[in-house]
Design a protein around this ligand. Structure first.
Ligand code: SF4
Length: 380
């Protein structure tokens, strides 16, 4: 039995230290606390999110959410337009959204202030708001990712009991691509539960169905985090189910005290499998980044280049943490990298080794002509 609680909150937007290189989100914004979808693996059950209520049975609806958000954006000088990832912790399109429309109101604010958006959901209700996503995509950029962990309905009903079925999510993806090709749409294939969702045909099924529906991208992450109370809940559910036989091999993938699927061979093997599958079906493994038209433009372009390169190399077995940090820090540079380039001072930037400078040099050179044009080129 779900109980809905209305509560005032002082904040409606949170600025991240670094934009993440998966969704490119600089801000998070959660219209609800708790999630009625009740996925048994949900990370939001862990203590790090400080959700004190019964996660799936007490849903907190944030009162005046859009007004608080608008006030923050209007009054703050540090909230520059950048990608907002609504519902990163609790699904923004869970059932109560149909009535309360907190997420729809949030999108209206985003659209009014010309912020780009990248939204992940397990619900086909998102299609209701295509009109707003289209406007945002035209003004800046909009990406919608359907979180899909399996195409097997029986497994999905067990691990994600109250979300739209995988097939419904795929159909929603298709609808979006057909009706609004300007919106980037794809699949967030994560988590992938070892021994339950990782058989070859299961992996291929998700990639193939996504591609056939028109997905622009698939972001994949084999394994899952298992932390404190989230781990307890998940393992208890598994033990009581017909899938109890996977508990032992699954836990063997974690070192004592670690919350990540650590067995490097496992993660490396499945990352490579998924990389090759996406290649086979001709589908991007990264989301195209929105680029601002101010001094951050080239910083973001080059950061995207570095982070994507490092990501692909790490999947192929050559991780490079220095390149990763160079990309992350570049996002926060308060002056254009072009000025550093022109002054011959790229080596002054954090983590910019001679190898990294050599790697980005041709891109900065190639872009010289383009930079002289007064265009708002959103994608390279
Ligand atoms: S839909 Fe997302 S937020 Fe909601 S329970 Fe599932 S994993 Fe958690």
């Amino acid at each position: 039995m779900v109980r809905y609680i209305f509560r005032e909150f002082k904040t409606a937007i949170n600025k991240l230290k670094f934009p993440d290189s998966w969704f490119w989100a600089r801000y998070t914004s959660n219209p609800y606390s708790g999630c009625q979808h009740a996925c048994i693996y949900c990370d939001a059950r862990s203590n790090r999110y400080y959700l004190t209520q019964n996660f799936e049975e007490e849903i907190i609806i944030k009162k005046n959410f859009a007004k608080v958000l608008e006030k923050s954006i209007k009054n703050s000088r540090s909230l520059l337009p950048d990608v907002i990832g609504p519902g990163g912790v609790c699904d923004a399109y869970q059932p109560i959204e149909k009535k309360e429309k907190n997420t729809r109101k949030l999108l209206k604010v985003i659209e009014k202030y010309e912020f780009p958006v990248n939204l992940a959901t397990k619900s086909d209700l998102v299609v209701r708001d295509l009109d707003l996503f289209k406007k945002i995509a035209t003004d800046t950029s909009a990406a919608i990712g359907f979180s899909i962990t399996t195409m097997d309905n029986k497994i999905a009903r067990f691990v994600e009991p109250y979300s739209s079925s995988p097939q419904e999510r795929i159909e929603a993806l298709r609808t979006i691509k057909e009706e609004a090709p300007e919106i980037q749409v794809g699949t967030y294939f994560m988590p992938i539960i070892p021994f339950l969702e990782d058989a070859n045909e299961q992996l291929e099924n998700v990639v193939k169905k996504s591609k056939l529906a028109g997905a622009d991208f698939i972001l994949f992450a084999p394994g899952l985090t298992l932390r404190d109370s989230q781990k307890e809940f998940f393992v208890r559910k598994l033990r009581k189910s017909k899938y109890s036989n996977i508990v032992k091999p699954l836990l063997n993938l974690y070192s004592p005290g670690s919350y990540k699927t650590e067995l490097k061979e496992y993660v490396a093997k499945y990352n490579l499998k998924l990389y090759n599958l996406c290649k086979k079906f001709g589908i991007n493994i990264r989301v195209k980044r929105w680029l601002p038209s101010d001094y951050r433009k080239w910083n973001y372009k080059i950061a995207e280049l570095l982070l994507n390169e490092e990501y692909t190399n790490s999947i192929l077995g050559n991780p490079n943490k220095t390149m990763k940090w160079a990309g992350l820090y570049l996002n926060n540079l308060e002056e254009s990298i072009i000025n550093y380039f022109k002054r011959g001072e790229l080596s002054k930037l954090k983590n910019f080794t001679p190898e990294i400078i050599e790697f980005i040099h041709p891109y900065l050179k190639k872009g010289e002509k383009e930079r002289d044009k007064k265009t708002l080129d959103r994608y390279l």
